[in-house]
Design a protein around this ligand. Sequence first.
Ligand SMILES: [Zn+2]
Length: 435
Amino acid sequence: MTARLLISDATVVDGTGGPPRPGESVLVEGNRIAAVGPGVTAPEGAPVERIDAAGQTLMPGLIDCHCHISFGEARTQEEQDLYTGVESRTLRSAFNLGKVLRAGVTGFSAPGGSYYIGVALRDAVAAGMLRGPRLTTAGRFITTSNGIADFYPTSVGVPEGSIGTVANTIDEMRAEVRVQIKNGVDFIKIGDTATGEWTAFRRDEIAAITEMAHQLGRSVTIHARGSEAVDFAVSAGVDWIMHGDRMADDVIERLAASGIPLCPTLTLIANLYEWGHLVGVPQHKKDAYQRLLFDCAAPALTKAREAGVAFMAGSDSGFSVTPYGEWHARELELLMTYAGLSSLEAIRAATANGARALGLDQEVGTVQAGRIADLLLVDGDPVADIGVLQDRDRLTVIADGEVQSFDDLDPALRWPYDRNQVIAAGEITQDLVNR
Ligand SMILES: [Zn+2]
């Protein structure tokens, strides 16, 4: 028999950016929304689970378009790339899915990570073997020797466990795209430079990667903090762009005209700048992230919003400064603070717009009859106070039509860190010992 769920008398925020609709009810049948509206009830005589949602807001479940599920909350790049074997990383990632779901995230996109862990998680969730948000995933970032994932001296190279892989010619890039798609990725992640002060790729290289992926029926995204990288990506016709911090005015105009969505991903840099000192981030790094946020990202994103660029929301969860299940919803608040979005626009970025990165923009991301019932019931009014979405105690998560319980999930549980081979934090000089 089809399971039925009736959520009555909620204020519906449907994810499209339209105004809140008080006094509506939503009937879920199986994993789909059967009806939405003021007079919706359950059919007579049929068993139905009922939620009286008076005073609560019903909205689509959050979609985090930037969640690195395989990164494991690493504190250093070496922890991410060298330590923890693939089997342990996979188990750790599987556990962390529950934390992400508990934070109201019913779908996420993993723009790169180690091995094909994302592919395995995606398939296990889809098969009902693992509980977690539905997800799409890239494989290792494709980068050049000048880009984000070639961190170590050439004598070390890029280890197998790295989050990225180096391709320095168009032929190598095409070959990597072929292999990754053969191994089941949903999209290709191009990794330009870490901070965007120069560009690691040539225009024709980004075009070649994109063309190859599209020919094989897959999407492409790019980590592009620099203006030129965004420009190249727009020319190539990538499917969505990450960051865009340093975009020049003419590039913003080209991005807006292209209709390609932008996922700014402010949470990582805002957490570093605001709270980095609490976890040992050096002052010069904190200052650099502050400048990137205030001098580059905020003005560029504000102009992008005014130019009509479509935003997605992504948190860059997966680092120790952005642990799983903690900050996904903070991105909405930051999009309002630094890019000037309204709360309804921020919600749309994190729901309807995000569905594009799941390849499900006709299936999830809005509260509409016929859609999959990935929903969030909020004890409060996120349109008036977006911060309420960060209070996990006020969220009821409905994923694939089922009300989720997290009684069995210990939110404090974390995988033990595989530390670097650090022997000391400083130098034992004569000055030091005689001081
Ligand atoms: Zn990222």
